[in-house]
Write a protein that binds this ligand. Structure first.
Ligand SMILES: Cc1cc2nc3c(=O)[nH]c(=O)nc-3n(C[C@H](O)[C@H](O)[C@H](O)COP(=O)(O)OP(=O)(O)OC[C@H]3O[C@@H](n4cnc5c(N)ncnc54)[C@H](O)[C@@H]3O)c2cc1C
Length: 469
């Protein structure tokens, strides 16, 4: 770093300059920083906590580690089904924490090494935009020809105090024991992932969801299949039910719903979505257009203020790490003078890692009908009862394709054990606008769950193999 890039106090330093000052080192911010540095840009990355952000330290990675422990517990419980004698002697939560933390620590070390190897200046501390081209951290000013806002999101709490038995995902991830019982407020992605993990580890779970279905952003057929699976797993859920209040009791919490029900549990996990972390960043003062705390950016990441860009969870749309990565990369490339494609939220793949897993990309049947008219939409659903690998794994579920009549496939939806791994082909189908014949012509390896996609496409092309129809 040359000293012209850092301006003390209210210094003027007209020639100071990073090409990019990135505010926030989570998925969106660090991806922008890494790609920018790779393209030869001078980059400063301002991070108040730890590079890696929510995803690495409090989100994707730790939750999936705990879900893997939960999946292993289920495998041991059901070992008899595949002819193995094994008993689950117990769950050692401190040891699960150690395993989870070790995965996070390894990834964190790797990321720090990468950031350092690319010559990025990491500025530790809380940053604030004090001018369109200047971020202030601890009284020092860092100027950039471009500033990328990437401050991420926080768990919404519905006005509840987070302490003791009332948790958000952050506290839930750090528990040193498995709660005997839990009420989970919110049946979206984070809610159903915790419900799934805790139920496998021995918690009695009740989910409260105000909307009519669990995972309400998915195709309705997926929601219904997940609900069937959760019923079978004895995960209680109350959809179309509004939360009213929570009181702390001796044993934990007493949760009331608007329909008069009272549920006692050891903990309440509030998982009702994430808000943009944009308060007190100076954005309004600099004139950045916002809507309810979210930063408005065009599909290229540009805000209304020239030279100020925004990526990740602070931009309205799907809040996923890989969307942030993609936006960060695209913004860095634009700054470097390349012409990347804008990131299209509809084509962002989504995986929910509950058991059974959910994978989807593109339009749901309802949304496709809304956009194109129901009479122009056809669907094909292949039940994995006819898929050998799924039967080996003992899972139920399906692959559903939503297509324009005689046109491209617009939506891919799958549910079943390990189905998350099928998202890759789903994404290619939807992004490359393949039609039923394109996919039906591909040979899918046997016996894999991947064949279920080929089967759904063959049925859509009018030549089902292992499907009735
Ligand atoms: C429990 C949970 C599970 C999840 N699971 C998945 C998953 O499986 N897959 C998936 O794709 N996504 C998942 N997500 C979502 C994913 O974590 C987010 O979409 C992603 O982290 C967003 O990246 P971001 O860069 O926008 O923000 P963040 O990752 O939130 O990073 C923002 C960073 O900015 C820093 N910061 C904020 N303000 C300032 C400031 N003023 N000065 C300096 N630094 C600042 C913060 O410290 C933070 O490090 C999960 C989230 C949660 C909570």
């Amino acid at each position: 770093m040359t000293d012209t890039a850092v301006i003390d106090g209210a210094g003027t330093a007209a020639d100071a300059v990073y090409d990019m000052v990135v505010l926030g080192g989570g998925s969106g911010g660090y991806a922008a920083a890494l790609r920018g540095a790779q393209l030869g840009l001078r980059v400063a990355l301002v991070e108040a906590d730890k590079v890696g952000g929510t995803c690495l330290h409090r989100g994707c990675v730790p939750t999936k580690a705990i879900l893997h422990s939960a999946e292993t517990a289920e495998a041991i419980r059901h070992a008899g089904v595949v002819g193995l004698r094994a008993t689950l002697e117990g769950v050692d939560m401190p040891a699960i924490q150690e395993y989870k933390n070790s995965v996070v620590a390894r990834m964190y070390k790797g990321l720090q090494g990468l950031v350092s190897a690319r010559g990025i200046d990491v500025i530790s501390g809380w940053g604030r935009l004090v001018a369109a081209d200047t971020v202030e951290v601890g009284g020092r000013r860092y100027r950039g020809r471009n500033v990328i806002l990437a401050s991420g999101s926080y768990s919404k709490t519905m006005g509840q105090e987070i302490s003791g038995p009332v948790l958000t995902s952050e506290q839930a991830l750090e528990l040193d024991h498995v709660p005997a019982s839990a009420v989970i407020l919110g049946g979206g992605v984070i809610g159903v992932e915790f419900a799934s993990a805790w139920a496998s580890l021995g918690t009695r779970v009740t989910i409260i969801e105000a909307l009519p279905h669990l995972v309400p952003n998915e195709d309705e057929a997926i929601s219904k299949q997940l609900e069937r699976a959760f019923r079978k797993r004895r995960i209680d859920f109350r959809t179309g039910t509004r939360f009213e209040s929570v009181e702390r009791s001796d044993g934990g919490v007493q949760v009331r719903t608007a329909d008069g029900a009272v549920i006692d549990a050891e903990v309440l996990l509030i998982a009702v979505g994430r808000g943009p972390a944009t308060a007190n960043l100076g954005l309004e003062e600099v004139g950045v257009s916002m809507d309810r705390g979210f930063v408005l950016a065009d599909p290229y990441g540009r805000t209304n203020v020239p030279g100020v860009w925004a990526v990740g969870d602070i931009v309205p749309g799907v809040q996923l790490a890989h969307r942030g990565f993609a936006q960060g990369i695209a913004v860095a490339e634009r700054i470097a003078g390349l012409s990347p494609e804008p990131v299209d939220d509809v084509k962002v793949p989504k995986v929910t890692f509950c058991e059974p897993e959910i994978a989807s990309v593109g339009l749901s049947e309802a949304r496709a009908a809304e956009l194109h008219g129901a009479e122009n939409i056809v669907t094909s659903q292949f039940n994995v009862a006819g898929n050998a690998k799924s039967q080996i794994l003992g899972t139920q579920g399906f692959v559903k394709l939503v297509s324009l009549k005689d046109g491209p496939i617009l939506g891919f939806h799958a549910i079943g054990t390990r189905m998350g791994e099928q998202i890759g082909e789903g994404q290619l189908i939807v992004s490359w606008e393949a039609d039923a014949n394109d996919v039906a012509a591909l040979v899918h390896a046997h016996p894999t769950q991947n064949e279920a996609i080929g089967e759904a496409a063959m049925a859509l092309a009018g030549k089902p193999l292992h499907n009735h129809g």
